[in-house]
Design a binder for this molecule. Structure first.
Ligand code: XLS
Ligand code: NI
Ligand code: NI
Length: 438
């Protein structure tokens, strides 16, 4: 036993293959295995998130904390350091290449924002020292602009410009820290950027405020030379009734309206797609088509509950189509798969944190393998390519290029007595085909 002893004498998790019955081994995640010529680790770029693993206490609407953690004893810097020690011990055990955090996850709030920001920077120094001797890197940092009472009516979209200013000061510090730690991205999730009722809300103003805030973030990123990607994380509701960053399509419209579609991408969360009544692969494919696919928050939702249950992914067939879309797009680039997932409140043991991540990794690895088989076989992509082949040549291509107008088409259809014949979409055939790769 070494370090804090929180995980006892647990050795680093290794790949043991699908036959292994060891619950503390990867059965499918084989980090160096080449998939389509690239290491699994480099495809998935998986991250442990700080908030669910080291901050969440098991509390829900009907009951308090269930998880006992030594660093919950006091909300001070000493306990924040202990929390960091345990976090890095878990990164070592899991051997995943990245982590993510909110400013408020890592350090206690002080008596003023200056003190809070100082606390965050101090723990970031602790991280930086730990990262010197390790391979683990920061996938993204973010600021918590939703928990504190001051943000109850929004951060950037607050009716009070002082709250906007306070949020800006908090975000500046979080970007500085992310930059200093070499973060690959910076995330903005607008948990309170929305409204409860139009009776007290000036929606048009709030949208303008949100646009200006984002513009300031992009300006600042360039000013300090931060090379990471700015990501918006869409979510339709919860905590607010109506959230402005509803889904990928909404975020794209907002970015385009503010001239930021080339500057900002999206971090798509599986459970948020579900809350927006979309399939996850729809959100991924739409973002890829619009050129704003950035990163993924990997989790799953309970389909009956109607809220964001943030469970670890454990259904590979369900994720395979999204992985297929990501592979077709050429991968996530600077993005990755962040486990925005928490163990259940009855999962009391430290090992439960490991089981959640191990299962999540194996699920992603299986989905990746199936998606790679889809790509290698090519039958799915060929079917779609053939279905649209008419647009690649002749009049289809001329049309898209803008060289035909309504009158030209009307003349041709009448002249040739055109009578298009529908062709089967073959959904069942394709569904069966997908099942062969799983
Ligand atoms: C909440 C969001 C949050 C973001 C980071 O639903 O998923 O955890 O990922 O602020
Ligand atoms: Ni998330
Ligand atoms: Ni979420």
């Amino acid at each position: 036993m070494s370090g804090t002893g929180f995980f006892g004498d647990t050795a680093p998790i290794r790949y043991e293959g699908p036959q292994s019955a060891n619950p503390l081994a990867y059965r499918h995640y084989d980090r160096d295995k080449l998939v389509l010529g690239k290491r699994m680790e480099d495809h998935l770029r998986a991250a442990v998130c700080y908030w669910h693993s080291f901050v969440a206490s098991g509390l829900d609407m009907f009951g308090g904390a269930t998880l006992a953690r030594p660093w919950f004893a006091a909300d001070d810097m000493a306990h924040a350091r202990l929390k960091a020690d345990v976090a890095f011990e878990m990164f070592d055990i899991l051997g995943l290449p990245f982590f993510t955090f909110h400013d408020r996850d890592i350090a206690p709030e002080g008596a003023s924002l200056a003190e809070s920001n100082r606390n965050v920077r101090e723990i970031a120094d602790v991280f930086a020292r730990k990262m010197e001797t390790r391979k683990v890197r920061l996938l993204w940092g973010t600021a918590n602009l939703f928990s504190a009472r001051r943000y109850m009516a929004g951060a950037a979209t607050n009716p009070d410009p002082d709250v906007f200013a306070y949020a800006a000061a908090q975000v500046k510090n979080a970007i500085d820290v992310t930059h200093r730690l070499g973060g690959a991205n910076y995330v903005l999730w607008g948990g309170r950027e929305g409204y409860e009722t139009l009776l007290n809300t000036d929606l048009k103003r709030e949208l303008a405020q949100l646009g200006r805030f984002l513009e300031m973030v992009v300006e600042y990123k360039h000013k300090i030379g931060f090379k990471g990607v700015i990501l918006i994380e869409p979510k339709p509701q919860e905590p607010t009734k109506h959230q402005y960053d509803f889904d990928v399509g909404n975020v794209y419209g907002f970015l385009a309206a503010n001239g930021l579609a080339n500057e900002v991408k999206v971090n798509i969360e599986v459970g948020h797609a579900v809350l927006a009544h979309h399939a996850f692969e729809h959100e991924v494919s739409l973002a890829a088509a619009l050129g704003i696919l950035g990163s993924v928050d990997a989790n799953r939702n309970d389909y009956q509950s109607g809220w964001d249950t943030d469970q670890f992914p454990n259904n590979a067939p369900e994720l395979a189509l999204a992985l297929h879309a990501i592979l077709k797009f050429g991968g996530l680039g600077a993005g990755g798969f962040n486990f925005d997932a928490k163990i259940r409140r009855q999962s009391l043991e430290p090992a439960d944190l490991l089981y959640g991540h191990i299962g999540g990794m194996d699920t992603l690895a299986r989905a990746l393998t199936a998606a790679a088989a889809m790509i290698e076989d090519g039958a799915l992509d060929r079917f779609v390519a053939e279905r649209y082949a008419g647009w690649d040549r002749g009049e289809g291509a001329e049309l898209l290029a803008g060289r035909r107008g309504l009158a030209d088409l009307a003349a041709r259809v009448e002249r040739d007595n055109l009578d298009p014949q529908p062709r089967s979409g073959r959904q069942e055939y394709l569904e069966n085909l997908v099942n062969r790769y799983l």
